[in-house]
Design a protein around this ligand. Structure first.
Ligand SMILES: Cc1cc2nc3c(=O)[nH]c(=O)nc-3n(C[C@H](O)[C@H](O)[C@H](O)COP(=O)(O)OP(=O)(O)OC[C@H]3O[C@@H](n4cnc5c(N)ncnc54)[C@H](O)[C@@H]3O)c2cc1C
Length: 395
């Protein structure tokens, strides 16, 4: 029997579930399928607070089967080849699936191997990462038992999902060290491959003030290249001079390099960097008009977040639906993304911006300031909006 669907979605994560749910709401008779091998889905934004001891990691997890919208067929398989000329996706398990429209959103991959010595050391020797569900609770183990010395937080030389997450956990740790009475005998270092603390000037100004006020040492254009777990030594390359420097640490929070999934990199639908090559506004493929992409895997030049997907999904859904009805795609995504910059256990700077790093704020207050209300929004409001709104196709 031929496997054919009007709409095939690769990846049933934040983006894939949002798009499939919204499409089903628009037209319940649409024939939609999702291909995704995952058993579980994670609300990854919670991991910042899990690493800081606020939530148990189980609270970020749901069965993938509970999220697949009613009436959508699920291939619990791994896409591994896309043949856009044939309108065909092949899975690793050997299934051929044909489509009329394809939505590509398999997220990105974590390249742990790109930092020498990291694979095999993560989760021990004082090396933690909120980017790994498996090890996110080790972050809190290290923070809560920290007895002084040097704590390093890194940001890699690659695009990352949630550009603020590498530093959010640092502010939480710094506050925890103060509460635990060990701050005076501690050094907190931010070693970032970026050129500045944040890409949007308005929020960067606030973060620079916080760093100064709280005695955090921030160093830029420093890329973690090597880690020696047993001896607790981390080597950074200066991206301007190429000089290497090795620092000792008691704990280090590492953010791995990230890139497009390998099967995408070798497909004909990506740009030179490996991301699915779409128009930044309509999110339609630049060459194949029956392909759309959104989320972390797309080439849309914005910060890769779930918040961005909340605004991308309606554009993809509307444009795809227009095409199904024989009309041209017209709905435009403006690059909106958001980064709830947690700066402590009761404070948060709610960064919201669009293409070209122009602030695009929702609330009638100065969002460049640290606010308790925004922290509570992150802690309780956003997870509820995610599970009951986005994942159900309601927003
Ligand atoms: C620590 C951390 C903190 C974050 N904080 C925030 C925040 O505060 N705010 C915010 O908005 N965002 C935040 N994010 C980012 C946000 O979680 C991601 O941007 C978002 O989940 C991306 O959605 P996606 O659908 O593109 O990918 P994902 O949700 O990762 O889903 C990708 C799906 O594709 C599937 N897949 C992969 N390969 C294949 C394949 N070959 N075939 C089929 N399926 C495949 C996977 O199994 C997965 O289900 C954070 C992320 C992390 C890790």
């Amino acid at each position: 029997m031929l496997n054919f669907h009007q709409v095939l979605v690769i990846g049933g994560g934040t983006a894939g579930i949002s798009v499939a749910s919204q499409l089903k709401k628009l037209s319940s008779s649409l024939d939609i399928a999702i291909v995704d091998p995952a058993e579980k889905h994670y609300y990854q934004p919670l991991w910042t607070l899990v690493g800081a001891g606020v939530f148990d990691k189980k609270e970020s997890e749901r069965d993938e089967s509970s999220l697949i919208p009613k009436g959508v067929e699920w291939y619990q398989e791994q896409a591994f080849e896309i043949q856009p000329e044939e309108n065909l996706v092949k899975t690793k398990e050997g299934t051929n699936i044909y489509y009329k429209y394809l939505v590509v959103c398999p997220g990105l991959q974590l390249d742990w191997h790109k930092i020498e010595g990291l694979e095999g050391s993560i989760g021990k020797y004082g090396i933690c990462s909120n980017y790994s569900y498996e090890h996110v609770d080790y972050t809190w183990e290290l923070i809560s038992s920290f007895a002084g010395g040097r704590a390093i937080f890194t940001h890699p030389n690659s695009p990352v999902k949630c550009g603020g997450a590498p530093q959010k956990i640092m502010y939480l740790a710094e506050e925890a060290f103060r509460k635990q009475g060990v701050r005076e005998q501690s050094e907190v270092f931010f070693q970032s491959a970026n050129a500045s603390i944040f890409s949007v000037d308005k929020y960067a100004a606030t973060l620079n003030d916080i760093i100064k006020k709280r005695g955090i040492q921030a160093d830029f254009k420093k890329d973690l290249i090597k880690i020696d777990g047993p001896n607790r030594r981390a080597t950074f390359k200066d991206l301007e001079t190429n000089e290497e420097e090795t620092l000792n640490y008691e704990m280090i929070h590492v953010v791995p390099h990230m890139s497009a999934p390998d099967f995408l990199k070798s497909s004909p639908i990506v740009n030179d960097a490996g991301w699915v090559d779409v128009d930044p506004y309509t999110l339609q493929h630049n060459q194949y008009e029956n392909i759309f992409s959104l989320g972390d895997a797309s080439s849309a030049p914005t910060s890769k977040t779930g918040a961005a997907i909340r605004k991308q999904a309606p554009a993809v859904v509307s444009n795809l639906y227009s095409m199904l009805k024989g009309r041209q795609p017209w709905k435009k995504y403006n690059g909106y993304t958001s980064c709830p910059l947690v700066t402590g256990y009761n404070s948060l700077v709610m960064a919201e911006f669009k293409y070209n790093n122009v602030p695009s704020e929702t609330f009638p207050v100065d969002q460049g300031k640290e606010r308790k209300s925004m922290y509570w929004l992150k802690k309780y409001g956003l997870p509820a909006m995610y599970w009951h709104g986005m994942m159900k196709g309601r927003m």
